[in-house]
Design a protein around this ligand. Sequence first.
Ligand SMILES: *[C@@H]1O[C@H](CO)[C@@H](O)[C@H](O)[C@H]1NC(C)=O
Ligand SMILES: *[C@@H]1O[C@H](CO)[C@@H](O)[C@H](O)[C@H]1NC(C)=O
Length: 392
Amino acid sequence: MDESKTPDSSSLPRPSKPTITKQKSSWPFAFFVTVLVPVLAAILLYQLDSFDPAPLPLHELTRHVITVPTQNDHMLRVSEFVGVGNLRGPEDVAYDAKSGVIYTGCADGWISRVTVNDSAADSVVEKWVNTGGRPLGIAFGHNNELIVADPEKGLLNVTADGVVELLTDEADGQKFKTTDAVDVAHNGIIYFTDASYKYSLSKFIWDFLEGKPHGRLLSYDPATRTTKVLVRDLYFANGVVITPDQNYVIFCETPMRRCRKYHIQGKEKGRVEKFIDYLPGMPDNIRYDGDGLYWIGLPTARTLQWDIAFRYPFIRKILLIMEKYIGRPPMEKNGGVVAIDLAGNPIAHYYDPGLALVTSGMKIGNHLYIGSIIHPYFLRLNLKQYPAQAAT
Ligand SMILES: *[C@@H]1O[C@H](CO)[C@@H](O)[C@H](O)[C@H]1NC(C)=O
Ligand SMILES: *[C@@H]1O[C@H](CO)[C@@H](O)[C@H](O)[C@H]1NC(C)=O
């Protein structure tokens, strides 16, 4: 939809003009009310607000963006909608190939099962278990259970019978505030992130605006029931995936537009190194398709608005005050999904100017399924019919 289109003005009745000239004598009062008062109020709010944003490590956060060799830059036009109205913000995708069912967590607390059908309209959504929170990341355990990252509850075990059990909700004496993403290794160890120990999910934007690293990468060992902090001081620690060789866990830091890898085996165990920097957008979930590619959901592309905000803490403080009292201007666009190969090379980028707050992508058969924290459906794109193509 193009909202800039307005009806032909010549067909509208012309407004009468004289009102302004009549009030000329009282202009200082009008100026006082309409300009001076709001400006003074804004300055006062800024001075009184204790919110204290920090400078970000700008040398790591340059405006540089990697070149992705193939793109589909208008994927919304050719996407189908799955589960319209029956899914509220399906954030992550866990696919069980045996049953052909996708599990996803929604904003109303439901973990839903979506039975995939060749025809998008015939896909069936079943509300399965309600966590009483807001399930985000979802992965399969080894005993037919689902392991769920729920920002309101912590790390959960949802058994095959639908019983919800808390596994852990704190580490090193610090409670999780936004348990976000999860994956399970072959040896049963669960790797997950707490995006922020300071802000809850409803205030995640405050975390971005404050610009301090409140995120942690953690592990939970079901055999010993112990929770360990693997990496601390992360900027909004988000998506987590274990590499197919089981040597690393890859984790994404949303505002930094990067994903790094943490060695979980061998001599270098505990070391963190680069996986991919300068993504074309801010990464959310990362999932492996079993076929050589990771798929990363990008809630937004790199935008000028966020570039400026990240550069200047005082702008972030102004944005926070707006967020608190009147709402923040839109700063996200060109959301989508980027595919990265096992070596960390970008392969394909699917996005659309009209898409924002995409959180996950997963290739299932010929289709890319796309989750989001706000939309009431999965988007589905036929990758055979509408592949990403090299720019000509
Ligand atoms: C899709 O749904 C239709 C109608 O409900 C059904 O007949 C068909 O078998 C389903 N196809 C798949 C692949 O599940
Ligand atoms: C989840 O609960 C089920 C049923 O009690 C159990 O078999 C399974 O081991 C549990 N998973 C974890 C990771 O604790």
